[in-house]
Design a protein around this ligand. Structure first.
Ligand SMILES: [Zn+2]
Length: 109
């Protein structure tokens, strides 16, 4: 339980235009606000990324599989790329070169 800042809720007259909620109502309002925020956040998340996210095998970026910049289908496996450039690199290497983490994808520009 977080410590309640009880001294701020003991009815200080400085906040004249703020309606002095009882502690219970404030708690309920906090819970309601939290639930609303979380549900909004979940709604935004589900709306933006309703599908799964794949990893670009070239640059290791996360790619939304519902709207990838480029895709390749090799040996029954779907690969998603953040950009056509990564797909071109994938074409150059072939699917066998994807699993090699020693690639100089970051250094060679
Ligand atoms: Zn990429």
């Amino acid at each position: 339980m977080p410590s309640q800042p009880s001294d701020r809720r003991t009815g200080q007259p400085a906040l004249g235009n703020v309606v002095p909620f009882p502690l219970g109502a404030t708690l309920v309002l906090n819970v309601v606000a939290s639930v609303a925020l979380v549900s909004l956040w979940l709604l935004a998340r589900s709306g933006a990324t309703s599908s799964s996210v794949a990893t670009d095998p070239i640059c290791r970026m996360s790619v939304d599989t519902s709207a990838p910049a480029a895709t390749r289908h090799v040996h029954g496996v779907d690969y998603y790329f953040c950009s056509p450039r990564c797909a071109e690199r994938f074409d150059e290497r072939g699917a066998s070169g994807v699993g090699d983490p020693a690639g100089d994808t970051m250094g060679s520009v």
